[in-house]
Design a protein around this ligand. Structure first.
Ligand code: GTP
Ligand code: MG
Length: 201
């Protein structure tokens, strides 16, 4: 999959105000500050397409980016914005829950996890909720440039072992870094396969 064009389309506060189109969508969710917006910029090789920031809670709306004119990347607001939530809970907003549960053009959801950390309650709670929803998803372990590959491997292995307790099928797992560009091609190729499968369906 090659990205020829990437354009910001719309910011929507709710599912109802999302674009009325039939373009297949790939969305990014995960804890606030995990690197969702940075990953969209990495995939599209546009440095400031999605707004990234050191301040958690930067992305507050559902942002739609049209790619190669015929499919779409969606940047979702993160869950567990530490400054507003004293407790570590997966209390992401209603608009995001609605989008994930009801958006009929959503083909695949990428759940981003910080590769530096051992499994966190907030991500596990989110994944437990997600297993009850009829949506295809995979995991992307982000910020791999910030720790050794041994730490990344051990955290990924521990995460998989933990979710195996409540998931019957293991999702696909990617590792990424917006600094070294790790994971970029693998994720784009995966998107290409999913698009081809969706077309054939
Ligand atoms: P919210 O919109 O607040 O939910 O955050 P987000 O998940 O979109 O995170 P964002 O992309 O804004 O990144 C948060 C911070 O982490 C920024 O300072 C990024 O530069 C940094 N960051 C994101 N990905 C990486 C990465 O792979 N490596 C490194 N070193 N830093 C990263
Ligand atoms: Mg963001």
């Amino acid at each position: 999959m090659k990205i020829k064009s990437a354009e910001f389309e719309k910011s929507a506060p709710t599912l109802a105000s999302s674009p009325r189109w039939t373009l297949p969508e790939f969305a990014f969710i995960g804890r606030s500050n995990v690197g969702k917006s940075s990953l969209i910029n990495l995939l599209t090789e546009r440095n400031a397409l999605a707004k990234a920031s050191v301040t958690p809670g930067k992305t507050k709306l559902i942002n739609f980016f049209r790619i190669n004119t015929n499919w779409c990347l969606v940047d979702l607001p993160g869950y567990g914005f530490a400054k507003v939530n004293r407790e570590e809970r997966a209390d992401f907003n209603v608009a995001v829950a609605n989008y994930i549960e009801k958006r009929d053009v959503l083909i695949h959801l990428f759940v981003l996890i910080d590769s530096r950390l051992t499994p966190q309650r907030i991500d596990l709670d989110f994944l437990r909720w997600l297993t009850g929803i009829d949506v295809a998803f995979s995991l992307i372990f982000t910020k791999t440039d910030k720790v050794s590959s041994a730490v990344v491997q051990s955290n990924v292995a521990l995460f998989k072992k933990t979710i195996a307790d409540f998931m019957t099928e293991m999702p696909a797992v990617f590792t990424s870094s917006s600094t070294t560009k790790k994971g970029r091609q693998e994720i784009l190729d995966f998107i290409g396969q999913e698009l081809a499968a969706a077309k054939g369906a």
